[in-house]
Structure formats: structure tokens, C-alpha cells
Design a protein. Structure first.
Length: 263
């Protein structure tokens, strides 16, 4: 078509899609935002005829070396060549390491998710506001403490969670003053980093009316705890609150946590 100066100009059509469904419908030149989705969708994009994938930022530029994003390992715990090969591949997206403690890594990640996702989903708050609210922050420690003790009872060797030893979080959630001080300092030190409106994925799901994964995070902790004789009271209550918000029986509100009483 001709522009107002009489020159031929191209018309650029831009469409926005998400996740694997979006990857199956993508065509032309595609920009993938979010390193996790970028790696997940790469195989789908190539399978659907993409000629190449060009990384526009490097691990060093993203600061990935400050936090190991990917862990690769085998369920049996042995270090294998294929674990190293997968590590090499994902390292093109962000920092990665091979681990002989896959189950411990997975449970540690579960602990982090149980502390953040459901709380944001039922309160409607972003991570920065959650961290600045002492009552909610300490409730998160209780969530993490329950999950940690259950993981330990199941024989998992837990890794650091948010750069804190799991025992520190566990004791903080149990009321140990020294551990709680260390936990608070760590949580508050991160306030102001990143977007003030950033929400965990479940908080975003709730805002968009999507079904949450609460039963597969905190609900899973509750069920695993029952198998080892540990009651996860805080996680159990959070599951109930999130499901009630999800069903429309409650509105998102910080008071769901700040006024919660646990025995």
C-alpha cells in the first residue's frame, strides 16, 4: 500500500498468544516473552516450521548467575550424560545446574509455591505488598514450615528456599524469634526489586477468572502430611479460602489472612 508520501509501505499484523496453545498458532516472526515459556515453546515452534530461534538477551544480561533457574536430574539420583545434556540445552535460556537431589529440589520449589501463590490468589495483593504486611508474611512462614516438616518426614533433602535454609523458614513458622528475624530481614530486603505489581501465577489466574492450582500445591501438602501424620492446618485453611474465592463466595481481600485464627 502507499503511505502519505507516495512510498510503498508494508502492513505489520501483530497478534498476541500465550503458552503452548499460542505456540501452535504462531507464524511469521515471533517474539517470546518470559524465559520459562520461551524454552517450553521452543520445541513446539521448531516442530511447526520455525526456521530459527534467536536469543535476544543472554544469561549474563538477565543476571541468571545470581540464582540458578533450572535444575536437571534423574529421579534415581544418579548423574547421567543426558542430565548434563539437558542442562547444557536449558543453559541457553538461563542459569542451570545438574543435581543428584531432584526430589529435594522439587519439594523445595513446592514449598516456595505454597508460600506465595494461594496467598496472592485470595488476598489480591502483589508480592511486594504481601511481604510488607507482617501478619501475612508470618502466615506464609507457617505455610512453608508445615510443608518443610512434611517434606523432611517423607525423607527429602531440601535445598535453599528464597536463599534461606529450609530449617530457618521452618523454625520461623514455628515461632522461633531468631529464625523469624532472619526470615523477615530476607523477605523485606527484596521489597522494591522488580515490578511492584508482580503477582505469582495463581494470583494472576484468579484475577483472570481461571481455575487455580490450589489443590495441586497447598492441597497436595495437606494430603502428603496426612500420610505421615502431620496436620498442615495453615495450608488446609488456605485451600478452603482460595476455593471459596474461586467459586465467587468471597471477594479477594487481605482480611482473609490477617483475621485468620489458627489453633
Amino acid at each position: 500500500m502507499l503511505d502519505r508520501f507516495g512510498f510503498v509501505s508494508a502492513v505489520m499484523e501483530i497478534s498476541i498468544h500465550s503458552l503452548l496453545d499460542g505456540a501452535t498458532r504462531a507464524f511469521g516472526t515471533v517474539a517470546v516473552i518470559d524465559v520459562f515459556r520461551a524454552f517450553t515453546t521452543a520445541a513446539v515452534a521448531l516442530a511447526n516450521g520455525a526456521s530459527s530461534i534467536v536469543m535476544v538477551r543472554t544469561v549474563e544480561e538477565k543476571g541468571g548467575a545470581a540464582h540458578t533457574v533450572y535444575r536437571t536430574g534423574e529421579v534415581h539420583g544418579n548423574i547421567t550424560e543426558r542430565a548434563h545434556e539437558v542442562c547444557r540445552l536449558v543453559a541457553h535460556a538461563d542459569s542451570a545446574k545438574v543435581t543428584d537431589n531432584l526430589w529435594g529440589e522439587r519439594w523445595s520449589k513446592l514449598v516456595a509455591n505454597t508460600m506465595a501463590n494461594g496467598v496472592s490468589a485470595c488476598t489480591g495483593l502483589p508480592g511486594s505488598q504481601i511481604a510488607q504486611n507482617e501478619v501475612i508474611r508470618h502466615f506464609q512462614a507457617r505455610l512453608g514450615s508445615e510443608a518443610i516438616r512434611i517434606g523432611q518426614a517423607r525423607g527429602y533433602r531440601l535445598e535453599e528456599i528464597d536463599h534461606l535454609p529450609p530449617e530457618t523458614i521452618a523454625r520461623a513458622g514455628e515461632g522461633d524469634a531468631a529464625a523469624l528475624k532472619t526470615y523477615d530481614e530476607r523477605r523485606l530486603s527484596r521489597v522494591g526489586r522488580g515490578s511492584p505489581d508482580q503477582r505469582p501465577s495463581m494470583g494472576q489466574d484468579m484475577a483472570k477468572g481461571r481455575r487455580t492450582e490450589i489443590e495441586f500445591l497447598n492441597g497436595f501438602v495437606v494430603r502428603e502430611g496426612a500420610q505421615v501424620g502431620i496436620q498442615a492446618r495453615a495450608n488446609e485453611r488456605l485451600v478452603d479460602i482460595v476455593k471459596r474465592v474461586e467459586r465467587g463466595e468471597l471477594k479477594q481481600d487481605p482480611h482473609h489472612i490477617t483475621e485468620l485464627r489458627l489453633n
